[in-house]
Design a protein around this ligand. Structure first.
Ligand SMILES: Cc1ncc(C[n+]2csc(CCOP(=O)(O)OP(=O)(O)O)c2C)c(N)n1
Ligand SMILES: [Mg+2]
Length: 552
């Protein structure tokens, strides 16, 4: 006879959910106790809920199926919220299990009592359910799994009261059917084909699932046949790129540059992507970046099968035999001299191993990463989908667990690293093959750029102090060592490359602290807002050349 928690774990494992990222408390003790009875479930402890949720996100991006979390009531969920937000924006499936007080206990408003559903709704608007009985628990879990892994993928929150968990007489439920998302209908495909044949300037904007190899190849056939331009959304959930794959141009983070990229496009075809908007609003600048007069078409919504839709378009356009343009192989040289952020990116491009998983949360220090790794061996790129920093190190934990035979390289800003630094401990405990590269520029550098961009006046030392990490010195190598991770600091390109070679050759986690100046500082920082303002007034070809120079 099983209790609720035991049957729940069997239901999860039967549905292929094999990893649970946990940070439990007393209300989750029956779930914890049941773990030993379900050998198919790997349980991975995180020392902060934001690590657990970000690990579940990174896992699902690479495994192509959800992991579970185990969080402690509303406060634990709140701590994990930012990375669930990033998962939501990335359309990533997560089965988010949140323990709660026993159903009869809530009336007393005990210390940890809070409104969990309200907290959850923000990140899992499509599925929040408090399981009300042990008998219903497993069918609730099946509904959560179905919601999470349908299209678009989503965070599904199952709230598990302690008495529902410990109640006896539970029965596991069989897994939900595999999702079968529809392809674009014939009329839609025909309309898009007509726009492409119209002779106007057409671009496909690929996002979500459309950034995986097969979809990229289909899109590249269309591009080769019909001369359309290929764009990728600004922050991909998972982009497959590198030598041998079609190269797509990512929409720029800076709205002024995105406008330059999109200038002249007459038909923009969305494939599991949203029409581009500015990350933030800026005084006097547009939020919506689609050029005036450009028609937006949706080939596949996030609820549809992007690959099948692209393949239908390939057929209608007669592009099946077209030769896609593929990225030729080539690596940048080995960098020399005093270390800078671009040299770190260069060393990564120089040494990137086959089939690496690259996580980019380097913020300003990663400006050159895309260009430096474009022709390196093929790899998967994971980016910050929801803008809530602190995603990258937890993602690395999840990605390494999903793909234990692949090297994971996470490039992270120093400010960003401090949000979820506890991820290093889980990497050490699980002996994960992660190389974390932390850019120590002692600054929230991007916010200094933003300060210039938003057009503030009267900025003084108190304001500056909110954007600098100087004063108390962070030492990431020591922080890592204190959590059991092998770590070194480097301030020359030679030392950095040596450290990276060592980290990639030796199993287990490594951290390399790159001591670098800010990538955008001094005159460059002052010049940038001025350059951005001047872009709309330049001839398009010149504006495009300038864009490529600033953000290749
Ligand atoms: C959860 C969350 N809190 C705060 C921010 C605001 N924010 C954006 S970037 C940033 C600093 C990034 O600094 P760092 O990682 O050092 O990168 P750098 O700008 O130096 O390249 C902050 C605080 C955010 N995006 N998300
Ligand atoms: Mg920084």
């Amino acid at each position: 006879m099983a209790n609720g928690a035991q049957a729940l774990l069997k239901t999860l494992a039967d549905a292929g959910i094999k990893v649970c990222f946990t940070n439990p408390g007393t209300s989750e003790m029956h779930f914890v106790a049941a773990l030993d009875g379900e050998p198919r479930m790997r349980a991975v402890l995180a020392l902060f809920e934001g690590v657990a949720t970000g690990a579940a996100d990174g896992y699902a991006r690479m495994a192509g199926k959800p992991a579970a979390t185990l969080l402690h009531l509303g406060c634990g969920l709140g701590n994990g919220l930012a990375n669930l937000h990033n998962a939501r924006k990335g359309k990533v499936p997560v089965v988010n299990i949140v323990g709660d007080h026993a159903t009869y206990h809530t009336q007393y408003d005990a210390q940890l009592q809070s409104d969990i559903e309200t907290v959850a709704r923000n990140v899992s608007p499509g599925f929040v359910r408090t399981s009300s009985s042990t008998a219903a628990l497993c069918s609730d879990a099946v509904d959560a799994i179905a919601a999470a892994r349908g299209l678009p993928g989503q965070v599904a929150t199952l709230i598990l009261p302690a008495d529902v968990s410990w109640g006896e007489g539970a029965q596991a439920c069989p897994p939900p059917p595999a999702p079968a998302p529809p392809a674009a209908d014939d009329a839609t495909v025909e309309a898009v084909a007509q726009a492409i044949r119209s002779g106007g300037k057409v671009a496909l904007l690929l996002g979500g699932q459309a950034l995986r190899e097969d979809a990229l190849l289909a899109a590249a056939r269309i591009a080769a046949q019909a001369g359309v331009k290929l764009f990728a959304e600004v922050f991909p959930t998972r982009l497959q790129r590198g030598a041998g794959l079609p190269a797509v141009e990512r929409i720029a983070y800076l709205a002024e540059m995105a406008i330059v990229q999109l200038t002249g496009i007459e038909h923009l075809v969305l494939v599991d992507a949203k029409a581009p908007v500015s990350f933030f609003a800026y005084p006097g600048k547009p939020s919506y970046l689609v050029p005036d007069g450009c028609t937006v078409h949706t080939l596949a919504s996030p609820a549809q099968d992007a690959l099948a839709s692209l393949e239908k378009l390939v057929q209608v356009l007669g592009a099946a035999q077209a030769q896609p343009v593929l990225q030729a192989a080539g690596r940048p040289g080995r960098p020399r001299g005093r270390l800078t952020a671009p040299k770190v990116c260069k060393a990564v491009g120089h040494l990137l191993p086959e089939r690496a998983i690259v996580i980019d949360e380097a913020i300003t220090s990663g400006l050159m990463l895309g260009a430096m790794t474009a022709a390196s061996p093929r790899h998967d790129l994971i980016t910050l989908t929801g803008g809530a920093i602190g995603q990258g190190l937890p993602n690395a934990v999840g990605a390494a667990i999903a793909c234990p035979d692949r090297p994971v390289i996470a490039l992270i800003g120093d400010g960003t690293a401090m949000y979820t630094i506890q991820a290093l401990w889980t990497m050490a405990r699980e002996q994960l093959d992660v190389t974390a590269i932390i850019f120590n520029n002692a600054s929230y550098s991007v916010l200094n750029v933003e300060l210039e961009r938003v057009g503030t006046v009267g900025v003084g030392p108190k304001a500056r102090a909110q954007l600098e990490l100087s004063g108390a010195t962070l030492n990431f190598a020591r922080l890592a060592q204190g959590m059991g991770v092998h770590a070194v600091r480097a301030d020359t390109a030679e030392d950095f490359s040596k450290a990276l070679e060592y980290a990639l050759a030796e199993p287990g986690p490594h951290l390399i602290e790159a001591l670098v100046p800010e990538a955008l500082s001094g005159a460059r920082r002052k010049l940038l807002p001025w350059l951005l303002r001047s872009l709309p007034n330049l001839p398009p070809a010149m504006a495009q050349a300038l864009k490529r120079k600033i953000a290749p």
